[in-house]
Design a protein around this ligand. Structure first.
Ligand code: P6P
Length: 343
């Protein structure tokens, strides 16, 4: 009996992106090509992240502070790899990275092809975890330029609400390397097969459970939180009169890893404001907003805990921080209700 096409076909991310593009007759292919560019960067970074551990073990290759140097090298390596994968293509007009104080306008040789996209990214979030072999990630956010019409982009092109994102996603360098992204047509996960150097569709149309089994927060900050946050976390820990059931605690301390586990299994992640970090720790434009786009597209929710959805927060600064509560829809709604009662 002939095997069905589905049984025999291996769907690479390139094929998937092309098929997604065909759903949009107006598409020029530039976004697809930008996503391919990011796939290439992801493969290169993944290879280097894997080798970093070897360098560390071998030791004599590096200096005594090879751990810190490798991490710093890796952060900069990841930053440069993404930047070099996109800046020559004429598809982007500006890139902004956690590693650079200012956005980097992209000078396009042929001005007529000045890029229409803006790329914001965290090249290697959680890189302090490399030394202990904990998963780390790259996070990216893509907007259409909206403040300038041609030539290099501007800071204003970068300061857009998350709701305006064209695409967003992350690469998780974990037990396997996964790329998870959305263009507003659902969330799709691809696993890198290093033997062929291809991202293969492994998790089509990811949907997050409405109620999570996990809550993820650094409880060492408890005494610095506002009473409302203490009440929310206490309810996730112990249950709350049937409004919410007690959950299991899971906190890796590496944002992309925590978010991915909760996306797949259901859960709620919190990085609230506290007395030491009145705006929270995480960055809005290239951490919270892209992850919020992905999580919302998978049926979840993301709020700042101050009454706004993350995707509706109007940015004023490139590296501004935001409190973040993100994950399973009903859990985030519970947190939002309790915080509203506490205001
Ligand atoms: P804390 C890693 O340094 C990071 O930026 C995120 O990846 C992670 O979610 C958070 O900080 C952990 O912060 O204060 O719990 O160590």
């Amino acid at each position: 009996m002939a095997r069905s096409q589905a049984q025999t076909s291996v769907i690479t991310i390139e094929r998937f992106i092309m098929e997604q593009e065909r759903l949009h007759p107006e598409a020029t292919g530039e976004l697809s090509n930008l996503l391919y560019d990011l796939c290439l960067a992801a493969k290169i970074i993944s290879r280097q992240v894997r080798r970093a551990g070897l360098t560390d073990i071998l030791g004599e290759i590096g200096t005594t502070n090879v751990q810190g140097e490798v991490q710093q090298k890796l952060d900069v390596f990841a930053h440069d790899t993404v930047r070099h994968s996109v800046e020559h293509t004429g598809r982007v007009c500006i890139v902004a990275s956690e590693e650079e104080e200012q956005p980097i306008p992209v000078q396009v040789r042929d001005d007529r092809r000045s890029g229409k996209y803006v790329l914001l990214y965290d090249p290697l979030d959680g890189s302090s975890n490399i030394g202990v072999n904990v998963s780390i990630g790259t996070i990216f956010s893509i907007h259409r330029r909206n403040a300038t019409k041609r030539g290099p982009g501007s800071l204003a092109d970068c300061l857009q609400k998350g709701r305006a994102q064209i695409a967003a996603g992350y690469i998780l360098y974990g037990s396997s390397t996964m790329l998870v992204y959305t263009t507003g047509q659902g969330v799709h996960g691809f696993t890198l097969d290093p033997t062929i150097g291809e991202f293969l569709l492994s998790h089509p149309d990811i949907r997050s459970p409405a109620v999570g089994q996990y809550y993820s927060v650094n409880e060492s900050h408890w005494n610095k939180w506002a009473p409302g946050i203490q009440r929310v976390v206490g309810a996730f820990k112990n249950g709350d009169h049937g409004r919410v059931e007690a959950k299991n605690a899971r906190y890796i301390g590496s944002l992309v890893a925590d978010i991915h586990r909760n996306l797949m299994s259901g859960g709620v992640f919190l990085y609230p404001a506290d007395t030491n970090a009145p705006q929270g720790k995480l960055r809005l434009l290239y951490e919270a907003a892209p992850l919020a786009f992905v999580v919302e597209q998978a049926g979840g929710a993301a709020i700042d805990g101050l009454g706004q959805d993350i995707l509706d927060v109007a940015p004023t600064e490139l590296h501004q921080r935001t409190p973040l509560i993100i994950g399973s829809k009903q859990d985030v709604a519970f947190a939002s209700a309790v915080l509203a009662e506490s205001r």
